[in-house]
Write a protein that binds this ligand. Structure first.
Ligand code: ADP
Length: 548
């Protein structure tokens, strides 16, 4: 028997029209570096999204599912693009502005982008590449920045404000199939070539609802979220869509992502929530330790993208800021888990739950698979590769060239689950603890050592600012850990002292013999530890390693 329910498609268009009317007064505030930030209401953003859609269709000829790329910081124009492009039936392609030029060229060509919306300050990055981007017919420039880089090199160039000015503030949005492509994003390639993930209207809609659940970020129109996670990093973890559903105000840092302006904007604009990767919170902590600011408005923070060291959580607890750990990937939209503890526990009992990656929402099913393909129990002990499936999980990659494998065996199981490449355990009550990426785990004499476990233990030392651990070849054991450590300013800890400290919490056979102090841990384009680079530096003899 079929249901008697209406079948209304789940679309980004609905998110746009709902946000701009029901939550028309909510605001996107963009930091400008001037005494006053820029403010724009959801209603105005909705009207401007219509104007942008008219401009793209009538002036630039964007039709059907053509790709419109953005090379932009987090700001209100970028939110307009987020809503307008999918709603008109085209596909938003967010470009990661920190990728090496070669990868950007590869990605734009692979996605066959027709238009690029770019912030003026990023023209020095885009302009020299344009002659290698044959599909790009139009460049639309928004915000401050010298335009001269485009002289003589560009296809047709438009100023964003001039392009949309005077156009109708409403648009006859087409009826879309909810399974149609709405947006795409390439993986940041931490462990391999970038791969294109294409989100549907339906997956974005359902993911937004999950982000908004109290079980996840649980924000309302009384909140303001500081969206530090870039809009090019898995749709800023879904926040621009989720906020338009519930009227949550957004505070956008634009290009001011350094610790000092972030601390200033938190003190001045008093966001109640924020989202970013651990390295941002490490940097902000050092900043406010040196020069205190009032962070007290920020009751909760979503932290993910890489493992959050428990010591960082403790440090923010002392500032009255509660970090909530989340796990996800480009392929998972990204919300996969969040570490809200179960009900009825004391603060002390909550702690072991808070330091896990969190539990799965109903939209994400999980299983652990052992090395021989066997299914492992959820007992908090059996470690295996995490596999997931669900309403906002990728089932394949985007195909450009002929012959490309869109469902590679190492990424998708035969029965269609996503193989995450993450290794961990799941407790009986469904909390995930990741011990490593499959490619980062240290295989020492037939035993596995978690690089993340060692990093967390080293970072708990008061003299340590950051620490990354990688596997290096070892004649006797196959692989052993190499600890690369960044000391806090003025700190004096030596290797023997660090090793003794580590011995308090780590089994003896896991203690690293190889140590090096470095000025900074190399980072990927989205601010994660770049272990590929550390392994290469070690192999090339670039690191000054002490063996204990
Ligand atoms: P890339 O794989 O190129 O780094 P993603 O941003 O998609 O790009 O990264 C997803 C990966 O980031 C996950 O597979 C996982 O290894 C890591 N990750 C994300 N969140 C966490 C977390 N909370 N703890 C540990 N690792 C995490």
């Amino acid at each position: 028997m079929l249901s008697t329910m209406q079948d209304v498609p789940l679309t980004v268009t609905r998110i746009l029209t709902h946000g701009m009317t029901i939550h028309g007064k909510s605001q996107v505030t963009t930091w400008t570096g001037e005494p006053e930030p820029h403010r724009r209401s959801f209603a105005e953003i909705g009207r401007r999204a219509s104007q942008l859609a008219h401009a793209l269709r009538d002036e630039l000829g964007v039709d059907g599912d053509q790709r419109v790329a953005t090379l932009m910081w987090n700001n209100s124009e970028h939110v307009e693009a987020y809503l307008a492009i999918p709603s008109m039936g085209a596909v938003l392609h967010t470009l990661n502005l920190r990728l090496p030029a070669e990868q950007l060229v590869w990605i734009v060509n692979h996605a066959d982008d027709k238009v690029v919306l770019v912030n003026g300050s990023l023209l020095p990055l885009l302009a020299p590449l344009l002659h290698r981007l044959p599909s790009v017919e139009h460049v639309v420039v928004s915000g401050p920045g010298d335009r001269s880089a485009l002289d003589g090199v560009a296809p047709r160039v438009h100023e964003y404000e001039e392009l949309i000015a005077g156009r109708p503030v409403s648009y006859a949005w087409p009826e879309l199939d909810e399974r149609q492509a709405a947006a795409m994003c390439y993986t940041s390639g931490t462990t391999g070539d970038p791969k294109g993930v294409v989100y549907s209207h339906r997956s974005i809609y359902l993911h937004s609802m999950q982000v908004n659940m109290a079980e996840s970020m649980g924000l309302t129109d009384k909140d303001t979220t500081l969206v530090v996670v870039p809009q090019f990093h898995v749709n800023a973890w879904g926040l621009p869509h989720a906020t338009f559903m519930t009227g949550v105000n957004m505070l956008m840092p634009d290009r001011f992502l350094q610790p000092a302006p972030l601390a200033d904007m938190i003190e001045k604009e008093r966001p109640t929530h924020a989202a970013a990767v651990p390295t941002i919170w490490q940097g902000l902590l050092a900043e406010v330790t040196a020069k205190p600011r009032d962070l007290s408005s920020m009751a909760s923070v979503t932290i993910g993208g890489a493992a959050c060291p428990p010591s960082l959580m403790e440090a923010y607890d002392k500032l009255g800021v509660r970090l909530c750990h989340a796990w996800g990937m480009t392929e998972t939209s990204p919300l996969g888990t969040m570490s809200n503890p179960p009900a009825g526990l004391t603060e002390e009992q909550e702690w072991p739950y808070r330091i896990t990656q969190g539990r799965f929402p109903a939209g994400v099913e999980a299983r652990l698979t052992g090395p021989g393909g066997e299914s492992l129990p959820w007992d908090g002990e059996s470690a295996g590769e995490l596999e997931v499936r669900g309403n906002w999980i990728a089932g394949a990659y985007y195909g450009g060239a002929d012959g490309e494998d869109l469902r590679p065996e190492d990424k998708f199981s035969e029965d269609g689950w996503l193989k995450t490449g993450d290794v961990g355990v799941i407790s009986a009550d469904g909390y995930l603890t990741l011990t490593d990426r499959a490619k980062d785990v240290i295989k020492s004499g037939g035993e596995w050592i978690s690089s993340v476990g060692l990093e967390n233990a080293i970072m708990a030392h008061p003299d340590v600012a950051e620490a990354a651990v990688v596997a290096v070849p070892d004649e006797k054991w196959g692989e052993r850990p190499l600890a690369t450590v960044v000391l806090k300013e003025g700190a004096t800890a030596d290797y023997a002292a660090l090793r003794t400290f580590l011995a308090q919490s780590v089994a003896k056979w896991q203690l690293p013999e190889r140590w090096t102090i470095v000025p900074a841990v190399p980072k990927t384009s989205v601010g994660k530890f770049d272990k590929k680079v550390i392994r290469r530096q070690y192999a090339d003899g670039e690191l000054d390693v002490t063996q204990l």
